[in-house]
Design a protein around this ligand. Structure first.
Ligand code: C2O
Length: 541
């Protein structure tokens, strides 16, 4: 066990992709950013110096930040942004955590170029639950934009309508041969016939969920969201933004060059997307390269069944934190909606559906980020920045005793607010996430900071307690759950990590539209249950 130090300089740098040069925001000039390596139990110190003109924060996605909420990173939730010229040092420990994580910017849409892998190995001598393969590789799925992403975020919100699709999907920053000027801008993994590889898949993209597959090879899933799973063999997987997955791949085919592909999964009617795949190569040593590479067949963009089949295959190997009973049920609708344009709204801001403004909400509340972080306001008891009245259960719509599955509200005409959920320390929570929406229903990758949760159930249609089937035997332990299109997911966790934790859709446009809220977990008794004081260099707003 040791403490590792990393120096992160936020810098803009010019890159040329898709025949265009532009400045992108990077860490230390790298795209994708530097990889952080550690061991379970290690501490980490990352000094972030902002040499760019943009406000920034860094989030350590999937790291539970046990008693270290101040270093979690979501802007205006746990900290104010690090302004141009400022420095902030993140310090935290991998408490009982190992696996594939990633770090990313958590301000506006800067995650588009500010992301990198964070790999935590088991303690020395602790074996993997599978035979450790010959080699491992990091594969980060992303989206590349030719426009300035911060401006694009602002312009989309100002228009009231939907954003354009990304200009390219990317694998480790490379679009691959399906895109303009990108025949040589393609990622390649060298393989030796007969060997097995561990691929650490990370979805860092912004506004699309994606299928991923490799021609003629099977994928064996062994870990999701940095928790081991029972091995599950599949032809393809689906990852939403915020999800990570480890798969084993054996080079068991004739010598050749095989393509892996990342293509869109999107059932949304309202959000545009681009039906082109990013391609990378898996090239056997000895392959003859004038022949075409074999391309995998990906499911079509609305293949919900393909998504469910992978989800059904995820079974946890770690059940130590699973609450068999729960103390409270939170029922939260997630979805898109439209807010009416009022007489005072400028005309140019009414380009959403039905001449309204696009919005997204949880229980009809579109989350508005406050002026100082929720955590700071909560800790220092500063009034006026947030309220504690998140509408916990829309009881007027939902009858838990008899089940009233058709009365779930459609997130009509959501209200704006910074309304939080408050939980007593130690509460055993069952959270039901229900997809809904007046605009369209779609799969929302809902991510919870500060915790992993057990996905004990999910299904199509409206949640009905009478018929819902729960798995309390081996549910997957995740931090981001794709709530099925027009369906529901039930997750469980024990609220034993005090702090303020963002819960939001990991599709950035939905986050910008307000699909999120903050959960405040109060202190318990004693030092090991109490949030520490804020660090002295915490950025000011
Ligand atoms: Cu990767 Cu708030 O998330």
């Amino acid at each position: 066990i040791s403490t590792k130090f990393y120096d992160f300089k936020v810098q803009t740098r010019s890159v040329t992709k898709l025949c265009h040069s532009k400045d992108i925001v990077t860490i230390n000039g790298m795209f994708p950013g530097p990889v952080i390596y550690a061991e379970e139990g290690d501490g980490i110190i990352v000094k972030v110096t902002n040499e760019s003109p943009f406000n920034i924060t860094i989030h350590w996605h999937g790291v539970r930040q046990t008693l270290s909420c101040w270093f979690d990173g979501p802007s205006y939730i746990t900290q104010c942004p690090i302004q141009s010229g400022q420095t902030f040092t993140y310090k935290f420990t991998f408490v009982k955590q190992k696996g594939t994580f990633f770090w990313h910017a958590h301000v506006s849409w800067l995650r588009a170029t500010v992301y990198g892998a964070l790999i935590v190995y088991p303690k020395t001598g602790v074996p993997y639950p599978f035979k450790y393969p010959f080699q491992e590789h990091i594969i980060i799925l992303g989206e590349y934009w030719l426009k300035d992403v911060v401006q694009l975020d602002r312009a989309t919100i100002a228009s009231g309508g939907s954003p354009p699709p990304a200009d390219a999907f990317t694998i480790n920053g490379h679009p691959g041969p399906n895109y303009n000027c990108s025949n040589n801008d393609v990622y390649k993994i060298d393989a030796i016939q007969g060997k097995t590889y561990l691929w650490r898949l990370i979805h860092a993209g912004l506004n699309a969920e994606n299928f991923f597959a490799i021609a003629n090879h099977k994928l064996t899933i062994v870990e999701v969201d940095a928790e081991y799973t029972k091995p599950f063999i599949t032809d393809r997987v689906m990852l939403g933004p915020g999800q990570t997955m480890n798969v084993l791949v054996t080079a068991d085919q004739p010598i050749g060059r095989y393509s892996m592909a990342m293509g869109p999964y999107m059932s949304a009617k309202g959000v545009k997307f681009q039906n082109i795949s990013s391609i990378a190569y898996f090239e056997y040593s000895g392959a003859v390269l004038n022949s075409l590479s074999l391309t995998p067949k990906l499911p079509s963009f609305n293949d919900n069944l393909a998504v469910k089949t992978v989800m059904d295959g995820l079974k946890s190997l770690n059940l130590v934190n699973l609450p068999k009973e729960t103390d409270t049920i939170l029922f939260v609708t997630v979805g898109l909606n439209v807010q009416k344009c009022h007489s005072k709204t400028p005309k140019q801001n009414c380009q959403g559906l039905n001449n309204g403004v696009m919005a997204a909400s949880m229980n009809n509340i579109s989350f508005v980020k406050p002026k100082i972080s929720v955590l700071e306001a909560y800790y220092k008891k500063i009034n006026g920045s947030f309220t504690e009245d998140f509408p916990e259960v829309p009881l007027e719509f939902y009858d838990f005793v008899n089940g009233a599955p058709n009365n779930i509200p459609n997130n009509t005409e959501s209200l704006n607010g910074t309304r939080t959920i408050v939980l007593e320390y130690g509460t055993r929570v069952q959270l039901i996430l229900q997809d809904t929406g007046t605009v369209s229903t779609e799969n929302h990758p809902i991510h919870l900071h500060g915790y992993s949760f057990y996905v004990v159930g999910y299904g199509s249609g409206n949640y009905d307690p009478q018929t819902a089937n729960f798995n309390l035997v081996d549910p997957p332990y995740m931090n981001t759950i794709g709530v099925p299109v027009g369906g529901w997911a039930a997750v469980r966790f024990v609220a034993d990590n005090p702090g303020v934790w963002f819960m939001h859709c990991h599709l950035d446009i939905h986050q910008s539209w307000g699909l999120g809220t903050a959960i405040i977990v109060k202190n318990g008794k004693g030092d090991l249950q109490t949030l520490p004081h804020p660090p002295t260099d915490l950025p000011r707003c």
